[in-house]
Design a protein around this ligand. Sequence first.
Ligand SMILES: Cc1cc2nc3c(=O)[nH]c(=O)nc-3n(C[C@H](O)[C@H](O)[C@H](O)COP(=O)(O)O)c2cc1C
Length: 371
Amino acid sequence: MARETATRNLSMFNNNKMKLGIFATNCSSGITATTVPERWEASWENNVKIARMADDAGIECMIPVARWRGYGGETDFEGESFETITWATGLLAATRKITVFGTVHAPLVHPLFAAKQLATADHVGQGRMGLNIVCGWNFDEFDMFGEAPLDHDERYVYGQEWWDVVRKVWTEPDAFDYHGKHIQLENVVGAPKPYGGELPAVMNAGGSDVGRAFGASNCDFLFTSLRDEEKTPEEIVANKKMAADVGKDIQVFTNSLIVCRPTRKEAEEYYDYACRQNRDAEAVERLLSIRGIEVDKIPAGYVEMMRDRFVGHGLYPLVGDPDDVAGQFQHLLDLGFDGTRISWVDFIPEFEFFAAEVLPRMERLGLREPA
Ligand SMILES: Cc1cc2nc3c(=O)[nH]c(=O)nc-3n(C[C@H](O)[C@H](O)[C@H](O)COP(=O)(O)O)c2cc1C
């Protein structure tokens, strides 16, 4: 959906019906818990290269994963990860049009520090910084910070106060006090404001009712996992209505892992090779257990399906030849999504093929305009 009045993060409010965000290049192995040797190497050089390729191809945004430790296994899946705001600042300096998000753990980063750091990055990118607010997911990361996580719903109460403070720092011309349930601040000022004075694009990926309500009332973009195709269209409508009820216009994105090859057979074989035969089994089991999936208590067929999904960290796989994959994006649009995050096993060569073969097909289907 285009926003006629957008003055910043212009890529996020363009006319493309199916928007695309490249996800997780800041982490070793990206988003795929696989042991194949070509799995993603999250070097700075590789990050700049993929960001520039994406920028040239008209991709809307880059989105990092905020991680403080890996998921273990043979590869220590995501064990190396660039801190996301400094990562975004570097990429904003190296690109021209693309929006780059920073992902901030609200309970672990003081809102005044985050507000200033994000505003600084936004000036580097001249209005292209975006903010992904995460309220906390992995408790072993809280332990590292010496913080006890609040109860699930209370984490969003904290997140609301955190975002209220950041927003006030970015908009209040005068000093202010803040007295919330969790956050108490006196005589707060903050300058510079974000570039051009408007608020950066904000996203959230809460999956629970309270998480989605937080996203709908505070964010421009809500990311939801595609679980049940039958229920998805009405959930998207409900999320948009929740936002409209508080005067907000949100776009709903989902999350995809792409394996695209010249033929469907090649794509399916590679998917089987990278994501099944060579998955980092220990890391995948750990992901399942962190997410509370007890493999010995649910049907074996369902467990295998969950293992398939968690190799890609829960991302929905789009597998096939270029026509198949373009058609799968059409399907996501038909379900009601405005966009999706996209990842590959090895981002650079696979994105090259995607840009050459899939993007033109998406243009022919009317899903995207030429860059
Ligand atoms: C695709 C996706 C990406 C996410 N990225 C991060 C992240 O980078 N760091 C993090 O701690 N949590 C991340 N989350 C977790 C969400 O912020 C949220 O905590 C999770 O979806 C659970 O939702 P809930 O808190 O509403 O139960 C992500 C979630 C999804 C679905």
